[in-house]
Design a protein around this ligand. Structure first.
Ligand code: CAA
Length: 257
């Protein structure tokens, strides 16, 4: 098993663990990732996911040894499979945080970009080195990177095959925060707990409205938002929280229904 899975409270911690290859994503590792993502999605006790890497890398890319002799047909299948696994993260109702602890190159940078929030340790390095290997990014880099940092910066990074450090990644908006390496995982778990302490129906509606809304024109996006807003008024959480506020009571947690 190349992806470790652990549930702490309402948070699932997924650790990509193939340190001998800097956690490079081969088909087996993608399958393991898909399996634990399915497990986290199905577990009603899990509200938030955190993905990190074992050792000195987050993920150093798709597995170059496996891809070396691919035909175009095999490459298409591999790209489609990787994209389908990452789509599970993006389309999950539950928020997913990437705790980027080291190299996030190629497929690793792409994995982090499929997550909802990226935190980086100071040693993290981001980049899309594919054109230096004679290929394009294949797990979403040409699409998610420009949406996150703009076309100019995305083209600069992808066309040069360059690598940037954590501070530069934060400066261009690729990550939300940079933390000392030894504090990264705790900070990601703390962030996850904070999200888990809120009303989960509202959290999930908010994730979906943002994710779906950023892919469409603003009028369509606002229509998603108003629908999400309305749905929340059919929940006990909304009634409980607003009643408590008005009565100056302290709300003792959400029922998430
Ligand atoms: N695929 C397969 N194996 C990899 C790998 C990868 N992406 N990245 C690292 N490894 C392996 C190395 O081959 C090495 O194995 P051996 O010990 O058996 O030789 C082991 O991991 C340790 O790596 P290094 O000795 O190279 O470690 P380093 O500290 O000297 O260098 C590094 C670290 C700069 C990240 C370097 O490993 C590197 O450049 N890796 C490749 C990064 C890359 O190009 N990623 C993009 C892949 S293409 C892609 O991802 C396509 C896509 O979009 C789907």
């Amino acid at each position: 098993m190349n992806v470790l899975y652990e549930v702490r409270g309402h948070v699932a911690l997924l650790t990509i663990s193939r340190p001998e290859a800097l956690n490079a994503l081969n088909t087996d590792t993608l399958k393991d990732l898909e399996q634990v993502l399915n497990q986290a999605e199905a577990d009603e006790n899990v509200y938030v996911l955190v993905i990190t890497g074992a050792g000195k890398a987050f993920v150093a890319g798709a597995d170059i040894s496996q891809m070396k002799d691919f035909t175009a047909v095999e490459a298409r299948a591999f790209g489609e499979y990787g994209n389908s696994v990452f789509a599970k993260i993006e389309n999950s109702a539950k928020p997913v945080i990437a705790a980027v602890n080291g190299y996030a190159l190629g497929g690793g940078c792409e994995l982090s970009m499929a997550c909802d929030i990226r935190l980086a340790g100071t040693k993290a390095k981001f980049g899309q080195p594919e054109v230096g290997l004679g290929i394009t990014p294949g797990f979403g880099g040409t699409q998610r990177l420009p949406r996150l940092v703009g076309a100019s910066k995305a083209k600069e990074l992808i066309l040069t095959a360059g690598t940037i450090g954590a501070e530069e990644a934060a400066r261009i908006g690729l990550v939300s925060r940079v933390l000392p390496d030894e504090e990264l995982l705790d900070a990601a778990l703390e962030l996850a707990d904070k999200i888990a302490s809120n009303a989960q129906i509202a959290v999930r509606q908010s994730k979906a409205a943002i994710s779906n809304g950023t892919q469409v024109d603003i009028q369509t996006g606002l229509a998603y938002e108003v629908q999400a807003f309305a749905v929340c008024f059919a929940t006990e959480d909304q009634k409980d929280a607003m009643t408590a506020f008005v009565n100056k009571d302290k709300l003792n947690g959400f029922k998430n229904r």
